[in-house]
Design a protein around this ligand. Structure first.
Ligand code: GTP
Ligand code: MG
Length: 552
């Protein structure tokens, strides 16, 4: 607590509403998950994977079916938790059932049946539906039977978020609230791991060591409710067994690695389309730099992007996860900035010439490593690299070195930066309003100023694959718009009076146009304050001069 204040975390007890067999609905302190101490990224992935292996998803008539389902499942194994969620306007109801042991799920599957008739492919998976009993059964009353109902998959509507934010005490509180209201919840996480398990199970007959690794925002701590699931499907592991004498006959690989990956992904795409229950809208994007298959899993309501040649994405997620764990301000700040960027139209979920959420996240982290105040909130990747131990060495097949400290439990990261979230948010906007994108690269490996190695509008050095530019797609127009929006946001936040749309809400309005920026500049001069506002003012004045020169 005293040595590592920024890592200070307590076991979280979540208050959740649940239905229980004996009392109808009750509120109770329920220990859902112990999150008291830091757990390394790959370990959290493994914990969640095995939790998914012990779980099934059952479609039911309504939440009321839980007692019967509990009783049925308990007659075969031992049920640990049940979570309810629903999908759609005329909702379909589902219950995630987690058992105590993986064997319980195996026993349950061995006595589960296929639909009658020949109108569906008879595939076995963790997705089932609960048939009505043929005769009335007497339920055994179990005190422990309970169903968590407040974790659903519903995304909070904008109005609800706005109302909550308008009631906050300060901008920093708004940033924390936004994070709490929009982050991926327990059910969302479980559904993503069950979605990953479905595809992994589908190939393990041929590839027994296949793993579908979730990466990206679903697991790195920056995921919102409803975020997509990025999956890296690895068919074999690289652990070589050299002492065996019998060697498997295997098909030879013909053609380049990329061509083979594309062909294999086509086959995986067909398999998802033809055999996996709930999977639809399969799209193959095989010509992209990283070929992917997109599909929608309707039973979990998760949009998936599967790749087969991108293990660096998993290590990148580990790096982002660690950054979020090192200081409790990082995740709320990133949520606020990603939300602002989406609303003002700087980012867009469709690929294009704009800044991606991933690039924006790196921009925030780079700022936190090297803020204008000279007091870093976060260490650089090189600093983490120097602390790496034996278990942190990861060299990928293509030579990419992903070595950096993974377990930060004993890492004494002491920051002198005590800025509030509000101050950090404004500093972020001012930082990039000044940033010389024309000549400099953004770098997370080191704080030294690095000149852009090639002429692209924005250059963010990929922290793991250092020769690559993460923001290569971004056009000059988008960089100009980004700079204009950060200036505007800094200005509005600094000059904001407490009205209905104050603080975070004031910067989350429709895209800014230069004229309105000017109007705000003129209006805000009336209550210009000392300090940072003067700095922001000078940016506007420079803009005005540039525009005069340009005759606009
Ligand atoms: P959202 O899906 O928008 O919530 O965020 P995300 O972080 O998951 O982004 P996205 O789905 O676009 O990408 C998933 C992961 O792929 C990222 O977290 C990165 O690890 C990796 N990734 C995305 N874009 C790039 C890129 O341009 N270059 C590299 N090297 N990796 C990328
Ligand atoms: Mg994603």
């Amino acid at each position: 607590k005293y040595l590592f204040p920024q890592l200070r975390k307590y076991t979280k007890y979540k208050t959740v509403r649940h239905y229980s067999v004996n009392k109808k609905v009750e509120k109770q302190e329920e220990h859902v998950k112990t999150t008291g101490k830091f757990v390394p990224f790959l370990q959290t992935i493994n914990i969640r994977r095995s939790e998914a292996r012990r779980s099934i998803i059952v479609q039911v008539q309504s939440t009321q079916s839980f007692k019967e389902l509990w009783s049925y499942c308990n007659s075969i194994g031992s049920v640990k938790y049940m979570f309810h969620y629903s999908i759609g306007i005329e909702p379909l109801h589902f219950i995630i059932v987690e058992f105590a042991k993986e064997e319980d799920v195996k026993s349950l599957m061995s006595c589960s049946i296929y639909s009658e008739g020949h109108s569906a492919m008879p595939t076995q998976s963790h997705f089932m539906w609960f048939k009505a009993a043929s005769k009335k059964i007497k339920l055994k009353q179990s005190k422990s039977a309970k169903l968590f109902v407040e974790h659903g998959t519903q995304i909070k509507v904008e109005e609800e978020i706005k109302t909550s934010l308008s009631k906050c005490e300060s901008v920093s509180d708004q940033i924390k609230s936004l994070h709490e209201l929009t982050k991926l919840n327990e059910v969302g996480t479980r559904l993503r791991f069950l979605t990953a398990l479905q595809i992994e199970d589908a190939v393990t007959g041929m590839f027994p060591s296949a793993i579908a690794y979730p990466f990206g925002s679903s697991v790195n701590g920056y995921g919102k409710m409803g975020c997509d699931l990025d999956l890296f499907l690895r068919l074999t592991d690289d652990k070589k067994k050299e002492d065996g004498r019998l060697v498997f006959h295997c098909k030879p690989l013909n053609g380049s690695e990329r061509t083979m990956t594309q062909r294999h992904m086509e086959a995986i795409g067909d398999m998802i389309h033809l055999f996996l229950p709930g999977c639809g809208q399969v799209r193959r994007i095989l010509q992209a730099a990283v070929p992917i298959i997109k599909y929608h899993q309707q039973l979990t309501d998760v949009e998936c992007d599967v790749s087969m040649s991108n293990m660096s994405g998993v290590h990148m997620s580990d790096f982002l996860y660690i950054m979020g764990e090192l200081d409790e301000r990082v995740r709320p700040l990133i949520f606020a900035i990603r939300n602002w960027a989406k609303i003002v139209g700087i980012t867009n979920s469709a690929p294009g010439r704009w800044i991606s959420n991933f690039s924006l996240t790196l921009l925030v982290l780079a700022f936190l490593q090297n803020p204008q105040s000279g007091k870093p909130v976060l260490p650089t990747l090189n600093q983490l690299g120097q602390l790496a131990g034996k278990n942190d060495q990861f060299l990928l097949e293509d030579g990419t070195d992903c070595t950096f400290l993974r377990d930060i439990t004993n890492y004494k990261h002491e920051t002198k930066n005590t800025d509030t979230l509000e101050e950090l948010l404004i500093e972020f906007f001012v930082h990039y309003a000044h940033f010389d994108f024309e000549n400099k690269a953004v770098c997370l490996n080191d704080t030294a100023v690095i000149a852009k190695p090639e002429h692209t509008a924005m250059y963010i050095i990929n922290p793991l694959e250092r020769g690559l530019n993460v923001s290569r797609n971004v056009s000059i127009e988008e960089v100009t718009r980004f700079k204009s929006e950060v200036k505007n946001a800094a200005w509005v936040l600094e000059s904001n009076e407490k009205s209905l749309n104050w603080g975070l809400l004031s910067i989350q309005t429709a895209p800014n146009v230069t004229n309105s920026m000017f109007q705000k500049a003129v209006a805000a001069q009336a209550h210009a304050k000392a300090g940072r506002l003067v700095e922001i003012k000078s940016i506007f004045e420079k803009d005005a001069e540039d525009m005069k020169r340009g005759g606009e």
